[in-house]
Design a protein around this ligand. Structure first.
Ligand SMILES: [Zn+2]
Length: 69
């Protein structure tokens, strides 16, 4: 876990939130106890996805709402 709040495929979700696929921006909701998977949109985390984002690299970033009222 880094300061930027990014997670690897296979990491366990510790906080319920929306998470964003770093390479493509696809957003997915995870709940605690779930496991971060490959991105179903751009296939990052698999051999068919971005070669820079294969398994083991940071893939999911916690979604940070910018406009909070
Ligand atoms: Zn993606």
């Amino acid at each position: 876990m880094s300061e930027r709040g990014t997670y690897h495929k296979g990491d366990t979700v510790t906080e319920e939130s929306d998470y964003v696929c770093v390479p493509c921006g696809f957003k997915k909701h995870y709940q605690p106890g779930e496991i971060f998977t490959e991105c179903t949109s751009c296939l990052s985390g698999t051999e068919d996805g971005h070669e820079d984002y294969v398994e083991g690299l940071e893939l999911w970033e916690k979604f940070q709402p910018t406009a909070k009222e």
